[in-house]
Design a protein around this ligand. Structure first.
Ligand SMILES: Nc1nc2c(ncn2[C@@H]2O[C@H](COP(=O)(O)OP(=O)(O)OP(=O)(O)O)[C@@H](O)[C@H]2O)c(=O)[nH]1
Length: 929
């Protein structure tokens, strides 16, 4: 790493600098000393890198080592150009020798360089080439007065807060600004590294390139650069930092920046796609990575476009009007879990130049931490791709969807913004349960379907068999299937061609009034709600006054943009396009998924929106500490904005306090939601045992009057009505689809029967695989059925289910009693047949979880008044006869009798306190069961 010397007040930067950076330490001149008055002035004002100033004090590293740099070791041949009687001529000489800066100019703060710049005799410090550590090419850069830095740092676009100083040098020269900017970049870099140590090693540029000629020319001129332009050009340094050469390329910016505003532009197809652009792109070294701040100034973008390696276009040049409706294709990638949707999306992003082609692109669209950790997609993600096919430029809006059944709501919502799908099937596993479910979702929505057989590179791949399956089950001709390997990129370009040929463009017109469907939303702490929109008519841009059809509130559009896959602001969005919008919605309740936005002056009929998600599993959620209630509430509001399939009702419990009852689409969904709360909002919560929504047909007139209807839904066992006031209980059912190799059929049928399932269908989809259809009671599959199925089929069977209404069931509410007192939080609704097993299980768990008391505790499971299981927790016993050495037996008996009476009394009046963590342990184990 190159040595770093820096301006006072920037100590943080001292620890880390990219290799090849030489930054000069600058001290402000002492007050009595004046510039140009002699050696004392310069000695006082400047302390340079020992590389450029042999008379400087030893470097910090050297001081730490305790071996001050000897004059002999220093490059004594280099005179201190700013020192003493050394003249400007010698300073220039020094600059020539060094290929760097005259120390006076480099390090002189407000003093030296401004004059040099005005003379126009050389590049500014920030852009001068120097020699970095270990012989690498680098930049000699200088800091400037803290005031300038303060002013400029405030504009740092990456979201990092840097220390600022009072703006004392506002009228600083451009060169001085440039110097300051260089310092600022160093600090930025250091902060970035300290924030993101894991990312740092791969972010460090191994070799910094020669600077952009355009900028050098610009700074070399006598022109005065406005502070705004200087700021912009300051940002220009960021691309240079992010630039990497070398075969690995790398992703220096995107992976590490805390702000999503940096865009990897290298390799992006120019949307114009004219010959000159294509030629530039072809000539560009693909290994380079350039980044540009989305909020960068026009001047910066101009500079950036002139960069020799930047075969890309600046964001502001993205004119979306170049993509009429006919050249837009909106499509989703759907498949069973792990069949390669996200990997195919990676390749499509690479081919279209949206992201650089590196070996590190793995499931790029899976951005959430939970997705990365679990290796599954839980949230549909969209990206806009620009693709030139046979001379025509196309805008392809891709949505990568989740595969797991618990996130099927994401799939169905994604399909509403599309006109076609890519149905991916694993060439080894063939058609699986979610393949069938997703196919029918797309089929019912009348979307064009492109079957793609993935993983043909696998040894066991059998694409012919899979093609036959597709033909038999979905009635799609074999020759329409595309065989690809998403991992290796084989034939992936063919998929893009098929997308353009087979998927129709959206049916809408820019001339129509604005009609924007909100199909997804996220909440940004600083910018409010960011709504993902699909335009079904009209156009939208910053400044438009829009109205939400749902809330009837008015907003002014602050920003529109597209996702590439990061947010990229653009000027305007047109009909048929997909992008995002920020309109100052500060409350999460203002952004409804499925809402229609229209222009204030042109009201329209709202779009039908989405079917609301039907929760399959309910569980109570409580803050671990009641003081966290408000924080948890706001976290829940924000997370449910991003995951609209979760339903939330307020609830409370004696033991756990105030909380909510949440509805999820499945157990995995519940776990993922909980994990996201922890990871994204730092909230730890207590989740009660999951239960499914039962129904009861009331017979009691009193209850009917109380509820206002005869049929009620029970999502909390505490609300379970007594059998005497109910004519019938109903339980939810699902139609389950199981696809399995035929050798496991016997075991799977036995498992299904054990779960009270009724067989509906059985079909051989080829000579080895069978598809079974069963009607299951939902509560039998919700907790552990999938695990059991996977275990007994060695992981080969797949399972998917869809809602199949309600059926009558013999349901009971099982209470748990502690010394005869019911504990509401542990009550469960179960089928009569399973009552004994579940009751025994719960009692055993409670016995382990509750701490022993001075009196005995009876733990009982009861159905009404009937006890069906019991465990006894023994009391602590004091040895009351310990002091009786021998003596009369009646004395002993008397003491023991008195102790027994005391315990009996204590048991009557003593309260059994079930500690909170005991609840959690019991409830957790119930889930684990
Ligand atoms: N050999 C091989 N492996 C592949 C190919 N495509 C994907 N994979 C692997 O399959 C696994 C799953 O890939 P993903 O892209 O995450 O699958 P997915 O369908 O997006 O998974 P979910 O989002 O969880 O539904 C990963 O380990 C990939 O590396 C391929 O063409 N060949």
């Amino acid at each position: 790493m190159g040595p770093l010397q820096e301006a006072p007040g920037t100590a943080r930067a001292q620890t880390s600098t990219p290799p090849g950076w030489v930054l000069s330490r600058v001290r402000r001149p002492r007050q009595p000393q004046r510039a140009g008055r002699g050696p004392a002035a310069y000695r006082g004002e400047t302390e340079t890198s020992s590389r450029c100033n042999p008379t400087a004090t030893p470097s910090r590293a050297a001081r730490r080592r305790g071996t001050p740099r000897s004059p002999a070791a220093a490059p004594a041949a280099r005179p201190h150009p700013a020192g003493g009687a050394r003249s400007r001529r010698s300073a220039r000489h020094f600059r020539r020798r060094q290929g760097g800066l005259p120390a006076r100019e480099a390090c002189g703060g407000a003093l030296g360089w401004g004059a040099a710049s005005r003379r126009g005799n050389g590049p500014p410090p920030a852009l001068s080439e120097g020699r970095g550590g270990e012989g690498r090419g680098g930049w000699a850069a200088a800091g400037a007065g803290p005031a300038v830095r303060g002013e400029l740092w405030g504009a740092l676009p990456c979201g990092l807060r840097l220390p600022s100083a009072p703006p004392r040098c506002e009228g600083a020269s451009p060169a001085l600004s440039a110097m300051a900017l260089a310092g600022r970049v160093a600090v930025w870099w250091a902060r970035l590294r300290s924030r993101c140590p894991a990312a740092a090693p791969r972010c460090l540029p191994p070799c910094l390139p020669a600077g952009p000629a355009a900028c050098r020319r610009r700074y070399g001129s006598r022109r005065t650069v406005s502070p705004r332009a200087a700021r912009g050009c300051g940002s220009l340094r960021l691309p240079e930092i992010g630039l990497q050469r070398g075969p690995e390329g790398g992703l220096p910016g995107q992976a590490m920046l805390p702000c999503s505003r940096y865009l990897p532009l290298q390799g992006r197809l120019c949307p114009r796609g004219d010959r000159a652009c294509r030629a530039r792109r072809a000539a560009a070294p693909r290994k380079c990575w350039l980044m540009l701040c989305a909020g960068a100034s026009r001047e910066l973008r101009a500079c950036f476009a002139a960069w020799p390696g930047a075969a890309c276009i600046a964001p502001e040049k993205l004119d979306m009007s170049m993509y009429p409706v006919e050249s837009i294709r909106n499509f989703s990638i759907i498949a069973h879990v792990d069949h390669g949707k996200s990997t195919l999306a990676d390749r499509l992003l690479e081919i279209t130049g949206t992201i650089a082609k590196t070996g590190r692109n793995k499931q790029v669209l899976d951005k959430l931490q939970v997705e990365r950790e679990r290796g599954i997609t839980v949230k549909a993600q969209s990206a806009s791709l620009f693709y030139n096919h046979e001379g025509v430029n196309y805008l392809l809006n891709l949505i990568d969807t989740p595969g797991h059944v618990d996130f099927s709501y994401e799939v169905s919502r994604s399909l509403s913004a599309c006109q076609g799908v890519i149905l991916v099937v694993d060439a080894n596993e063939g058609i699986q349960a979610q393949t069938v479910a997703n196919f029918y979702l797309a089929f019912e929505a009348q979307l064009a379907i492109i079957p793609v057989i993935n993983k043909i590179d696998l040894k066991n791949a059998d694409p012919e068999r899979v093609e036959k399956q597709i033909e038999k089950l979905f009635d799609i001709p074999i020759d329409e299937c595309v065989r690809i390997s998403a991992k290796q990129g084989t034939n992936v370009e063919k998929v893009l061609q098929k997308v353009i040929e087979k998927i129709p463009p959206p049916q809408c017109h820019t001339a129509d009034p604005l009609k924007a469907l909100v199909f997804d939303s996220t909440f940004d702490h600083y910018r409010g709600v960011i709504a993902n929109i699909a335009l079904f008519g009209g156009e939208i841009q910053k400044g438009y006054k829009i109205v939400s059809a749902h809330t009837k509130k008015r907003y002014e559009v602050n920003e529109v943009g597209i996702l590439t896959p990061n947010e990229q602001p653009i000027h305007k969005l047109y009909a048929g396009q997909v992008g995002y919008l920020i309109a100052g919605m500060k409350e999460v309740t203002e952004a409804q998924i499925g809402d229609t936005l229209f222009l204030y002056e042109q009201p329209v009929e709202p779009l039908p929106g989405f079917k609301t998600a039907k929760p399959m599993v309910f569980a109570g959620m409580y803050p671990v500490d009641q003081t966290e209630y408000n924080n948890l509430r706001s976290a829940l509001e924000r997370l449910t904005l991003n995951d609209s399939s979760v339903t939330v009702h307020r609830d409370s419990s004696l033991a756990l306090g105030a909380g909510w009852r949440l509805g999820f689409l499945g157990l995995l969904h519940m776990e993922v939601f909980n994990q996201r709360l922890e990871q994204e909002y730092n909230m730890s919560v207590i989740l009660t045992a999951p239960t499914v929504p039962y129904k009861a047909i009331l017979s009691s007139a009193k209850l009917i009057k109380e509820y206002g209807k005869a049929e009620i839904t029970i999502i909390n066992p505490a609300q379970f009505p007594d059998r005497l006031s109910v004519s019938e209980y109903l339980e939810p059912t699902v139609l389950g689809t199981i696809v399995t190799p035929q050798e496991y059929i016997g075991k799977i049928i036995a498992l299904c029967q054990d779960r009270r399932a009724v067989q509906k269908d059985m079909l051989y989809i080829d000579e080895r695989r069978v598809m079974l259809k069963y009607l299951f009671p939902l509560n039998e599959i919700v907790v552990d059925f999938y695990d059991a199925l996977k275990a007994l089929s060695s992981g080969y069977a797949s399972f998917d289910y869809e809602d199949a209404g309600y059926q009558a069931a013999d349901l009971i509410k099982m209470d748990i009693l502690l010394n005869g007192n019911p504990v509401e939080e542990l009550a469960t609704i179960i089928h009569n047949d399973k009552a004994h097993v579940t009751g025994k299980f719960l009692c055993e768990r409670l016995k382990d979880a509750i701490p022993r008391q001075l009196f005995e505790i009876a733990i009982q499971a009861a159905i009404g008044k009937k006890i069906i299981a019991r465990e006894t927790l023994k009391a602590y016993r004091k040895n009351v006869v310990a002091k009786c050495y021998g003596g009369d037996i009646t004395r002993r008996m008397k003491l023991l009798k008195r102790q027994a009476e005391g315990k009996k009394l204590m048991r009557k009046i003593g309260n059994v306190e079930v500690p909170r963590d005991a609840f959690i342990r019991v409830l957790k184990r119930q889930t684990d069961k």
